[in-house]
Ligand binder design. Structure first.
Ligand code: PEP
Length: 250
């Protein structure tokens, strides 16, 4: 069987609902040329989810959100719950993105609560982990990633995706070399196998950080990189789909 890949677009705080609808239509058109062993998902802003989900219904492109709050309902002004997202037929939710950790001060404990809430509503969390440049230069990359993963995964199930995103590579044009990324992905795979046994083998581990059509193939051919979380390049249908097209066959 062909190796399975997952390519996810993180649109961040970009695109109005009508701009989102235009982009989705382009992605749906271009997706026809991409092999079926490459699954595709997009994560638009909250305000575009309903419209995009309607446009994607009946296609094989999945949709996810970029955040949630773990409370079930109630007095949490400005927040969105897991069951509200599930009701829109979403499959994924990105959690623990470095922009949320840094700008909005989310810590490992909060992210853990969010993962549990997502899984309780049958959403698949995409847990983002990654080290700062200082941590890499101090030789602390694996310790940082290990702590982020183990704290997040305490008593959760294997319905999840991990995205390794070195913070110094996000939106900077700097990419980890395929070998650097593979080393961390291997480490993550081992943690997953320890935690979930054989089920840990089926969990996607995406690479994120300035992934583009011209560097995607060399990253995606690494044995433990099974997809990508794409920021900037996911805002243009052609470059997003060309990243998916770069996934090796077999
Ligand atoms: C991201 O923020 O998830 C990301 C990978 O961004 P970019 O591709 O723009 O580096």
């Amino acid at each position: 069987m062909d190796r399975q890949y997952l390519i996810v677009g993180n649109w961040k705080m970009n695109k109005t609902p009508s701009q989102s609808a235009d982009l989705v239509k382009e992605i749906v058109d271009l997706r026809r040329g991409i092999a079926s062993h490459v699954a595709i998902a997009i994560c638009p802003p909250f305000t575009s989810l309903d419209r995009c989900a309607a446009l994607l219904s009946g296609t094989d492109i999945a949709i996810g959100a970029q955040n949630l709050y773990f409370g079930k309902e109630g007095a949490f002004t400005g927040e969105i719950s897991a069951s509200m997202l599930k009701d829109l037929d979403l499959k994924y939710v990105i959690l623990g993105h470095s922009e949320r950790r840094t700008i909005f001060h989310e810590n490992n404990e909060l992210i853990h609560q969010k993962i549990k809430a997502a899984q309780a509503s049958q959403l698949t969390p995409i847990l983002c982990v990654g080290e700062t440049l200082n941590e890499r230069e101090a030789g602390q990359t694996l310790a940082t990633i290990g702590e982020q993963i183990l704290s997040a995964l305490n008593s959760v199930d294997s319905n999840l995706v991990i995205a390794y995103e070195p913070i110094w590579a996000i939106g900077t044009g700097k990419t980890a070399t395929p070998e650097m990324a593979q080393e961390v992905h291997r480490f993550i795979r081992e943690l997953l196998l320890k935690q979930f046994g054989e089920n840990g083998q089926r969990i996607h581990i995406l690479y994120g950080g300035s992934m583009k059509p011209d560097n995607a193939a060399s990253l995606l051919k690494q044995p433990d990189i099974t997809g990508g979380l794409i920021g900037g390049a996911s805002l243009v249908a052609e470059s997003f789909v060309n990243i998916a097209a770069a996934a090796p066959n077999g």
